[in-house]
Structures are given as structure tokens and as C-alpha cells.
Design a protein around this ligand. Structure first.
Ligand SMILES: [Zn+2]
Length: 342
């Protein structure tokens, strides 16, 4: 019997489509975890009968067995993946109600689902970094930090501003573990670390972005929340990811423009609540997603109707906010401030 992908996606709150443009009969689609943010919809199809999976965007993203896909979606180790795949609990759960399935899986010894905890805060629980993770500030002269710093330079941050950028966003890097070779951008909300994203510095990395923690907790946060909260200003701009946030926020600050983001275009209700709360510190709120995600941006704008959020068209002279130069960000900010918004 093939692995029950539908039950797996549902239990892990992985959004899947069972109908739509790219969805073949007998298949469901998810956002391709190997393409990462480049897959702006759900281009990875899984055949529910054969169990084979393949990405429409990149022919190398395919497989016959679930292991590699599950690993990319969850970050689980091989032992846990084997346990999940071989657990008979997964069989025949496709037609169950979500509640029934949750109860059944919660009763299993595998602990596949986080037990629902009473949450006293809007944010995800505080976490700490794995061992071997270091703040870049204080390590700027260490040889172990140089490749990550070089990556900052590639992304348009010159060495003279490294100390400020690293301190402002509390950037980190890892000496071992799955975050090694990545620029780590943390999400501090309410003074505590709630999650982080590691951006691969190598072009050849299988996953460009790794986000922790997994699951829903990894989404109950906003990047740059505390900085934006502390300063307030003229514009709060919601962007797609931490690298976009940093570029716009760093050069936009002096214009009263600050940026925040989750990890990717899909935002859960808790994040919307955080954006609404943060918006109160700003005169205006806008959503600036990459051109290919304008549909998603419009959806977010409508969910932020309470604060009269604006759809911000993407500047034509760059492919995404993270790729903008300082001059482009400055020009963008001047245009934004000069545009009358009702
Ligand atoms: Zn792909």
C-alpha cells in the first residue's frame, strides 16, 4: 500500500490541492519544498496510487519513495521517517474527518502531532538555537564566519555595514547541524526568540530555506517584529521573506519605512493578528510581494482591510525586494512617500 500522503499532509498542516490547474486526476499537489519560495503555487504532484511524486518546475525534483520528500517537508531524520512510513496508523485514513485523524494520531506513540497547548501569548513558544549556533555580531573576525559574511556582501551588504546589519537583525550562523552553511535570520517577538530561517549560502543546496520550528509554531511569529514595534513609523511593509525584509527595512528605516514578514506568502490568522497589531504603530500598512505573487498579496491586503492596507506594486527595476540595491530601495521609498494613498 502506498504511503498515505493525504493523511500525512493533513496531520502536518501542509497545504495541498486536490483540484486546480496543475493537479492531475488521482494526484494531489503541494508547494515543492525543493523549489522553496520559487514555487509560488503548488507544483509538486503526488500520485496517490503509485506514490510517485514529481515537480512540474524542475525534473530533478521527483522520486518513487516518500523518504526524500518527507525529509524536505519536515526535516525529520531517517529513523523518524521510517517509523512514520511503516506505521499502520497511516493506512486508510484518507476519508476520516480531520478531528478523528488527529485524535487517532495523537493517541499513537509517535507523537506526530504536537499536543495542543494552552497558549498564553500570541506568539509561538520561546525556543533556543541548537548547540553550535553563534551570533554573527562578535564573530565578525572569526574565520568560521567569513563565508556567511561573504554571502551578505553578495546580497548587497558591504563590509562597512556588516556590524550594523548583524546587530540590528541579530543574524547568526551555525558551526554544525543542518543550519551549517546558512545565514540564520531569527524572529524575535516580545523579546524572545520564536523561530528562525536559515538561507543557504551555496547555490547547490537542496533546500534554499530551512525554517524552524516545524509546523504551526514556526508560523506564529513575524520577522523584525520587535524592531518595527519599537520604532513605529510612516509605513509598515509586509514582504515575502527575511531577506526581502532586511533589504527594505535596513535602507527604509531612515525614511520611516519598516518591513516585516513571515516565511513565504502564506500567512496564518495568528500572523495576520500580529500584523494588525503592529500596524497600529504606523501611519500606513502595505503589502509588497514579488510580481508572481500578486494574487497572494491581494488576498493579504483584503485580510488586512481593518487597517486599510495597500497593495504596493513591485518596482519594475528589480526581481524581488531582497535583490534591490540601496539606491533602488531609496528610490522606492521616495516614490512611496510621494504617492497619495487614501
Ligand atoms: Zn521543484
Amino acid at each position: 500500500m502506498p504511503f498515505d500522503y493525504v493523511a500525512f499532509f493533513r496531520s502536518q498542516l501542509i497545504h495541498y490541492a486536490d483540484q486546480g490547474n496543475n493537479v492531475k486526476r488521482g494526484e494531489v499537489n503541494v508547494r515543492c519544498p525543493f523549489c522553496g519560495v520559487e514555487d509560488r503555487s503548488q507544483h509538486l504532484g503526488v500520485n496517490l496510487h503509485s506514490g510517485f511524486w514529481a515537480c512540474w518546475r524542475n525534473a530533478e525534483h521527483k522520486g518513487k519513495r516518500p523518504h526524500r520528500l518527507i525529509r524536505a517537508l519536515t526535516g525529520w531524520d531517517e529513523k523518524r521517517i521510517d517509523e512514520v512510513i511503516n506505521d499502520p496508523l497511516w493506512a486508510g485514513s484518507r476519508n476520516e474527518s480531520l478531528d478523528d485523524m488527529r485524535q487517532r494520531l495523537e493517541a499513537s506513540s509517535l507523537g506526530l502531532l504536537d499536543k495542543p497547548k494552552a497558549r498564553t501569548s500570541l506568539f509561538a513558544p520561546e525556543i533556543s538555537y541548537p548547540k553550535g549556533t553563534r551570533d554573527l555580531t562578535g564573530c565578525l573576525n572569526y574565520s568560521s564566519a567569513q563565508s556567511v559574511l561573504q554571502y551578505l556582501q553578495v546580497r548587497g551588504y558591504r563590509p562597512s555595514i556588516w556590524p550594523e546589519v548583524c546587530k540590528l537583525y541579530q543574524l547568526a550562523y551555525a558551526l554544525d547541524g543542518d543550519m551549517m552553511g546558512r545565514l540564520i535570520v531569527p524572529a524575535y517577538c516580545g523579546g524572545k526568540l520564536r523561530g528562525y530561517q536559515g538561507r543557504a549560502i551555496s547555490k547547490h543546496a537542496e533546500n534554499r530555506y530551512l525554517t524552524r520550528p516545524f509546523g504551526r509554531d514556526g508560523k506564529c511569529l513575524l520577522y523584525n517584529y520587535d524592531n518595527a514595534w519599537a520604532s513605529g513609523g510612516k509605513w509598515l511593509i509586509l514582504v515575502e521573506g527575511p531577506l526581502d525584509m532586511m533589504k527594505l527595512d535596513y535602507h527604509g528605516r531612515r525614511h520611516g519605512i519598516r518591513a516585516t514578514c513571515g516565511a513565504g506568502v502564506n500567512m496564518i490568522d495568528e500572523q495576520m493578528t500580529m500584523v494588525l497589531r503592529l500596524s497600529k504603530k504606523f501611519d500606513q500598512t502595505g503589502v509588497l510581494y514579488d510580481p508572481a505573487a500578486s494574487q497572494a498579496a491581494l488576498g493579504i491586503v483584503s485580510r488586512l482591510a481593518l487597517v486599510n492596507a495597500h497593495f504596493i506594486p513591485h518596482p519594475e527595476d528589480s526581481e524581488d525586494p531582497g535583490a534591490m540595491t540601496e539606491r533602488q530601495v531609496t528610490a522606492f521609498c521616495s516614490r512611496l512617500l510621494a504617492t497619495p494613498f487614501s
